[in-house]
Design a protein around this ligand. Structure first.
Ligand SMILES: [Zn+2]
Ligand SMILES: [Zn+2]
Length: 446
């Protein structure tokens, strides 16, 4: 009994302190939420493609400036000089203390929205290749932007509760995974304060709104794009003996590549090799000169990635040799560096600390540990290869009743990037803003 009383006192002491900070947060959110939902709907109806986030960035910059942040626009340098980087960097200095970076993405996807929501996007725009495409915030970056702006507002109003330097960044071109790199290449960590910690959130299309999930350590995989050109000696379809058929060789290579994951690396190191595209030939009776395979490779560890690349090259060249393809027609492996992104590694200590702080704000039962994923993100760049502790958590975005119905029926919910992805604005934004504000306050509290 005595023990119980003691425990109860300890609990009151532990939980009383955060509750004090939480009350003004809830009150402020109650006052702001209608405006934030309206901002979300406006952003949702006006998506912009990667490398074209001009209006979105200008809106984010103006909002942050109005909140008292020192804002710099058009931060970023792409490898392609003809592209403008619409990166936004907003700094708020508040005395000595840690520097914390919070990132949102700004871009949308070439997807035609089919949700039939009253604020659904009907936007069409020209992509980088000049083709007209429909545009949709199908990855929920509009949820991120609005949560980010709400967080920026809360933190500006709660300046007496934190100290240090807050760096809020709007990153362009996440979907093409070159926006983070562009901002770093333009001196993000030299022209602006270099962070001690980096934070981000991403909405989840299979978690209920109001719930946060997180994964310490490797949370998302690295992505490596590879083109494999299988060359042969073309000729008449009726005279294979006079050719070296790259279609047959490519078929053998596609199957042999699947043995890399199953037979060549440890079962404890997750990896995926997918041949997503195979193109060759023009006509039934012509054996072509070459076939091109397009691959994506996903791994967590860099050494596994390197091992897989070496194995792909060895298998392709070995099978070409076995097929009698002359050495000067050996397969060519091209890594498309501009499309690659590193693994997202959540610093374990930072993850535990932030998840606990978020739990105290949104409720411990609403913060759930999740499995790592093999999808990719370019947020990992901001950690400079694990040098800066970074943490990205998942923000549930789906109406809870729909999650429950999907669980019961076994019918999957629309995923991220789906034309039917439909975040539930108010509870998602509330949780996102509370969680990110709590995360920053945990790191910068007085
Ligand atoms: Zn996406
Ligand atoms: Zn995304």
């Amino acid at each position: 009994m005595k023990k119980l009383t003691f425990l109860a006192v300890v609990c009151v002491i532990i939980f009383a302190a955060p509750a004090i900070a939480q009350q003004p947060l809830d009150g402020m959110l109650d006052r702001e939420i209608a405006q934030l939902v309206s901002t979300y709907k406006t952003l949702h109806a006006a998506p912009e493609l990667s490398h074209h986030e001009e209006k979105t960035a200008a809106f984010v910059a103006s909002q942050l400036r109005a909140l008292g942040y020192t804002v710099t626009e058009r931060v970023g340098k792409y490898a392609q000089p003809e592209w403008t980087s619409y990166g936004v960097v907003a700094v708020m200095k508040n005395g000595a203390g840690p520097t914390v970076l919070v990132r949102t993405e700004l871009d949308a996807l070439p997807v035609e929205e089919k949700t039939r929501l009253p604020y659904a996007s009907t936007v069409k725009a020209k992509d980088d290749a000049g083709r007209e495409v429909s545009v949709m915030h199908a990855c929920g970056h509009d949820v991120h932007i609005t949560s980010f702006l709400g967080t920026a507002k809360m933190l500006a109003a709660l300046k007496d509760q934190w100290h240090g330097t807050l760096v809020m960044i709007g990153q362009p071109a996440e979907e093409t995974v070159n926006g983070a790199r562009a901002m770093l290449a333009d001196g993000l960590y030299a022209r602006f304060p270099k962070p001690d910690f980096a934070l981000a959130l991403h909405d989840s299309a299979d978690v209920a709104a109001g719930t946060i999930t997180w994964c310490p350590g490797y949370a998302m995989a690295s992505a490596t794009s590879v083109d494999l050109v299988i060359r042969g000696l073309g000729g008449h379809g009726a005279r294979p003996e006079a050719t070296k058929d790259p279609v047959v060789l490519a078929s053998q290579i596609v199957l042999a590549l699947q043995t890399i994951v199953s037979r060549e690396k440890s079962a404890l190191d997750p990896a995926v090799i997918t041949v997503g595209s195979i193109h060759g030939g023009t006509k039934r009776n012509v054996i072509p000169d070459e076939v091109t395979l397009q691959l994506t490779i996903r791994t967590y560890k860099e050494e596994v990635r390197q091992q897989i690349l070496a194995s792909i090259e060895r298998i392709a060249k070995g099978l070409a040799l076995a097929a009698g393809v002359p050495e000067d027609r050996a397969p060519i492996l091209k890594v498309i560096e501009s499309e690659n992104s590193p693994a997202t590694y959540n610093d374990p200590e930072l993850s535990e600390r932030i998840a606990a702080a978020i739990g105290r704000t949104v409720g411990q039962d609403k913060v759930v540990k999740a499995q790592p994923l093999m999808v990719s993100e370019d947020f990992g760049y901001f950690s400079l290869d694990h040098q800066i502790p970074a943490f990205m958590f998942w923000l549930g975005a789906v109406e809870p009743a729909r999650v429950e119905a999907a669980r019961k029926s076994g019918k999957p919910l629309p995923s991220l990037h789906s034309s039917l992805f439909e975040p539930q604005p108010e509870p998602t934004l509330r949780a996102g803003i509370k969680a990110m504000t709590a995360a920053v306050l945990e790191l910068m509290k007085k």
